[in-house]
Design a protein around this ligand. Structure first.
Ligand code: HEC
Length: 188
């Protein structure tokens, strides 16, 4: 074949690759923005509730507001937005196979010294007969979180958590640990 016949193909490939990279970069940036909103909205409600009614009142905020905020942001963006973890409090937040593998990798990287705040992953994966964009960002355990996710919980908090979450596994964390991750799925 003469080289000139390959030229249009080469040109098409050369322009397709940057366009794809740009689209991916946009999806990553959009995911980061949605997560930022999720995190700051929840943190705002959590801190206000802690100040007003103490940690037992704040448990209700996490229980009710966290899923509401996730579903509000999901409707706004048209994406599936949520939180997940390897050690769950609410079984509704269970990771799927891809999420589990990423969470395990986050823990391994954290153990190797990478700060939890720097861990994220994006990938285009095949789901059935469609491709989807997936994004996860690790959630670091801060001092504030230990009241409800640490090793020594106050008696009232422990009782309230046991009542609401009889299979709670989300305790025993230390500051800096990967508590879990925000997770986003975008249809393409
Ligand atoms: C006042 C108690 C309280 C505090 C403080 C708290 N959480 Fe939670 N957390 C909860 C409750 C309750 C749930 C279950 C929410 C639900 O039912 O969806 C939860 C769930 C989660 C989940 C979802 C995964 C799972 O286990 O179900 C993540 C991730 C999480 N918390 C991270 C954090 C981080 C990070 C902080 C600190 C910034 C924090 N939490 C502070 C009570 C708390």
């Amino acid at each position: 074949m003469k080289t000139w016949k390959l030229l249009p193909l080469a040109l098409a490939l050369a322009t397709a690759a940057p366009a794809q990279a740009e689209e991916l970069a946009e999806r990553v940036a959009g995911s980061q923005a949605a997560i930022q909103k999720f995190a700051s909205t929840l943190q705002g409600h959590l801190q206000a509730a802690m100040q007003e009614g103490g940690p037992t009142a704040a448990i209700k905020v996490c229980q009710q507001r966290a899923p509401e905020i996730a579903s509000d942001i999901s409707s706004e963006t048209g994406w599936s937005v949520g939180r997940t973890s390897l050690k769950l409090r609410n079984p509704d937040n269970a990771p799927d196979e891809w999420e589990r593998a990423v969470l395990e990798d986050f823990d391994a990287q954290r153990a190797a010294g990478v700060p939890a705040s720097e861990l994220s992953r994006h990938e285009v994966v095949q789901e059935g007969d469609e491709e989807v964009f997936r994004f996860m960002r690790a959630i670091p355990t801060a001092g504030l979180c230990l009241t409800c996710h640490g090793s020594e919980l106050g008696g009232d908090i422990q009782h309230a958590l046991e009542r609401l979450y009889p299979d709670d596994q989300a305790t025993g964390y230390s500051e800096g640990d990967v508590r879990g991750a925000f997770t986003i799925i975008q249809r393409m």
